[in-house]
Design a protein around this ligand. Structure first.
Ligand SMILES: Cc1ncc(C[n+]2csc(CCOP(=O)(O)OP(=O)(O)O)c2C)c(N)n1
Ligand SMILES: [Mg+2]
Length: 771
């Protein structure tokens, strides 16, 4: 739980601020100007963005953070985080010297690639901010379910660039966070009023204040440091003038320094500014005007100490981008790099001898030294990374729902309902979530059984009034479904937070999220972000394709299989039959709990189709590997139909019709183009390492005659399957959907988009015609 404040050692923290500013700048300097370059490319880095928040991060890490707190660091302040761990002894010099190099510390903090403890990866601005709110929701969920002790709870902190606040996902998250009454969250804005391209719009902070306050957040503005505030208190005219100085003017003056401030104050205020200016030389004036709240250790530590309760809090810390660097305040400084002369001057000014740049406490001498060492020692114990937590979930066999005719979406609902009824560890670890499509993606029965999660009980008014309804929507803190508003980005960010629960809290959950397949695109970067961090979850997308018929073009998905094909960390399965689905769900659960596993995306359908009779189980391993022969080809067959998902009945019917004329015609059921493609490229790569094993798709296709024709068929972009022709050099007739959909019956649509039986027959015939 939030700790009580300890008295800060302001001098030691200020020395650490200076040290972090130097080290972060030097890491970037070394990569760009010292380390030999073999390709002549600029390495890059963001010295100004780091310098802007070294004080904030020193106050946070070396004073305010508790042992269970987790932080999402502004991506381009990554070097500051690494410098902190270097001082704590948890980062090596070798890594710092290999910043942005192969295997070295990453440009932006990465949970999976960096060697230091990174709580949340960042890089795509806005997402690291929002995940902290969802992590706090997951913490509340775990506590309510008795899976996290009170003393193991912490606070979730996001360090935010001010331009990052333009990202819409932050406000989607804010609304959702309000509905779920989240707490223990600090968002700290590095309010340097500069973005990448320019200085930012004036006085936005007042708007931020209003927006956050209306969503239940406490807002704390840290505008002036103690020294500047004290000076301004005595000179009201200067204060009024500075309060209203436009961002661009302020940035330019901060860059130009004391003489320019003097000239401008004199020009604007005349006699009213004289008393303020009189006692200050230009250097002192320049320093005083940069004494903003985000650079003042007393201001920062006081503000943090005053917010140790669980109220979500937005701190707007005014800062100077590039504070203390030669390009402080310059509007073009985002990617600015000090030249060697400037970097050496900074080193000298810090009292660091040449050659001593990497000595952790070089330049910190005299009385400050002991204080700094004490602060570092006290901090070290708070920064351990919790080990990843895997391999603890007993996964029962998932039986296929019975029924001669079934849709995969309906079967999914049945499987979850059966799991819920059977109970057990797995069922208790499942958390479902959906952005307002719980009912229409068939999670309703599960929710009726397991209930909605809310920290505070919420009665089902309809049930109380005895109004008949299929959905029982009362909420308690024991519920296992987290209902979200219609914001798909939030779905993926919540799945990311739930899917990291083993790492963040030592207790792995089994998250299942549902949405309509086309709306994956709405949250795509958040989905990528979840995968990038190796969060583990099951994503169920339904309905899909044009097979949803009358729902029409706006809801028909075309390209998600291609998205999945290119998305690392996410395995796409597209079942045709309920027994395939059951096997895939079982596999997905296993992959969630396997250190070498991944997340799974199931593309399902509302189309009810006749199930196939199985006489044995050998199809199963093929289905889990990406495909199997649903109708065996004769050895050396000249053609095959290769089909995926809900249009399998068309493929089967065409196969039956054609088999009489084309002896040995095969029907390959593809269950995962994603896995087949991965296997193929991996086999290609293994050729070069000398231990080549043919891939699954090569083995399957080897049954056909060399150069046999393939008709590929899917309710998706045809490229999802057409690439299969490249594996062994088969000719392909690619059938699929390439245009926006329309409303209609399935027969209308399949004919119009040429994925019906007639299209298959024609395509097979054409392939078999002599060239
Ligand atoms: C989604 C996304 N779009 C664009 C970028 C490129 N980018 C990186 S930092 C940045 C500007 C950041 O400004 P601010 O948040 O104010 O941070 P500062 O460097 O000023 O501290 C941009 C546009 C990105 N990282 N992520
Ligand atoms: Mg900024």
């Amino acid at each position: 739980m939030p700790k009580t404040a300890i008295k800060p050692d302001i001098d030691a923290l200020a020395a650490l601020d200076d040290k972090l500013r130097f080290l972060s700048a030097w890491i970037i300097h070394h990569a760009n100007h010292v380390r030999p370059s073999s390709d002549g490319l600029k390495v890059g880095g963001h010295q100004a963005s780091c310098a802007s928040m070294t004080a904030i991060m020193a106050a946070l890490y070396f004073h305010a953070l508790g042992p269970n707190d987790r932080v999402a660091v502004k991506p381009h302040a990554g070097p500051v985080l690494h410098a902190i761990h270097y001082l704590l002894g948890s980062q090596t010099l070798e890594q710092l010297q290999n910043f942005r190099g192969f295997g070295g510390m990453q440009s932006y903090p990465s949970r999976t690639k960096d060697k230091i403890p990174v709580d949340f990866s960042t890089g795509s601005v806005g997402l690291g901010v929002a995940i902290t709110a969802f992590a706090s929701l997951v913490q509340d969920y775990l506590t309510a379910h008795g899976k996290l002790a009170e003393e193991d709870r912490g606070r979730f902190v996001a360090l935010i660039g001010d331009a990052e606040l333009d990202e819409g996902n932050i406000y989607e998250c804010l609304i959702e966070a309000y509905k779920h009454d989240i707490r223990n969250c600090w968002w700290i804005v590095d309010y340097n009023r500069q973005s990448l391209d320019a200085t930012s719009a004036d006085r936005m902070f007042e708007r931020f204040d209003e927006i956050f306050a209306s969503c239940g957040w406490r807002t704390v503005e840290l505008r002036y440091g103690k020294r500047l505030a004290a000076a301004l208190a005595k000179h009201r005219a200067v204060r009024d003038w500075l309060d209203n100085l436009p961002n661009a003017d302020s940035a330019a003056l901060l860059y130009q320094g004391g003489a320019a401030w003097r000239a401008r104050i004199t020009a604007d205020l005349g006699k009213q500014g004289e008393a303020f200016l009189k006692s200050l030389d230009d250097a002192a004036l320049g320093a005083l005007m940069s004494n903003l709240g985000g650079h003042c250790m007393e201001t920062l530590t006081e503000a943090f100490d005053a917010a140790m309760d669980d109220v979500p809090t937005l701190f707007v810390a005014w800062t100077v981008k590039g504070f203390g660097l030669p390009f402080a305040g310059h509007k073009d400084n985002h990617s600015g790099l000090m030249n060697p002369t400037q970097a050496h001057a900074m080193r000298d000014a810090m009292g660091i001898a040449e050659g001593d740049e990497w000595t952790p406490l070089a330049g910190i001498g005299g009385n400050a030294r002991a204080g700094v060492e004490a602060v570092i020692d006290a901090t070290r114990v708070r920064c351990d990374k919790r080990p990843r937590d895997f391999g603890r979930i007993a996964i029962p066999a998932i039986p296929a729902p019975s029924g001669d005719e079934q849709a995969t979406q309906a079967a999914f609902g049945r499987i979850l309902l059966d799991l819920s009824r059977a109970g057990g560890d797995l069922a208790d670890r499942i958390v479902t979530t959906s952005p307002d499509v719980t009912v229409s993606t068939n999670l309703g029965a599960w929710v009726n059984q397991r209930g909605l999660f809310k920290r505070r009980d919420m009665a089902d008014v309809f049930a109380q009034a005895k109004i008949p309804s299929a959905q029982k929507w009362s909420a308690t803190n024991q519920g296992q479904h987290i209902e979200l508003g219609i914001a798909e980005s939030n779905l993926f960010l919540l799945l990311a937070a739930l899917g990291l629960s083993g790492d963040l809290f030592g207790e792995r959950l089994v998250p299942i999220g549902t949405l309509y397949d086309p709306f994956i695109a709405r949250g795509l970067d958040s989905l990528n972000y979840a995968c990038y961090q190796d969060a583990r979850f099951l994503l169920v997308a339904t309905p899909s394709g044009i097979t949803l018929g009358p729902e029409g073009g706006a809801h028909q998905s075309i390209n998600p299989p291609l998205i999945a094909l290119g998305q690392p960390g996410l395995r796409h399965y597209e079942p045709a039959f309920a027994d395939e689905l059951a096997a895939m769900i079982e596999e997905a659960f296993r992959l969630i709990d396997d250190p070498a596993g991944e997340s799974t995306y199931l593309r399902l359908s509302t189309r009810s189709i006749a199930q196939v009779e199985r006489t044995e189980d050998s199809w199963k391993s093929g289905a889990l590997a990406g495909g199997y022969w649903l109708r065996e080809p004769a050895p050396g067959a000249e053609a095959a139909i290769v089909a995926m998902g809900a249009i399998m009945p068309e493929a089967l019917a065409a196969h039956d019709e054609l088999a009489a004329d084309i002896p040995g015609l095969g029907l390959l059921a593809v269950t995962s183009p994603d896995l087949l493609h991965r296997g193929w490229t991996a086999a290609q790569a293994s050729r070069w390492s000398g231990n080549h094993q043919p891939s699954h798709i090569e083995t399957l296709l080897a049954r056909l005659a060399p150069g046999a024709g393939l008709v590929t068929l899917c309710d998706a972009a045809p490229a999802s399957l057409s690439w299969i022709g490249g594996v062994l050099g088969n000719r392909v007739a690619p059938l699929g959907v390439e245009r926006f959909g329309q409303t209609g019956t399935l027969a209308d649509l399949y004919a119009a988009y040429r994925i019906d039986g007639a299209a298959i027959t024609e395509a097979v015939a054409e392939l078999l015609l002599p060239a």
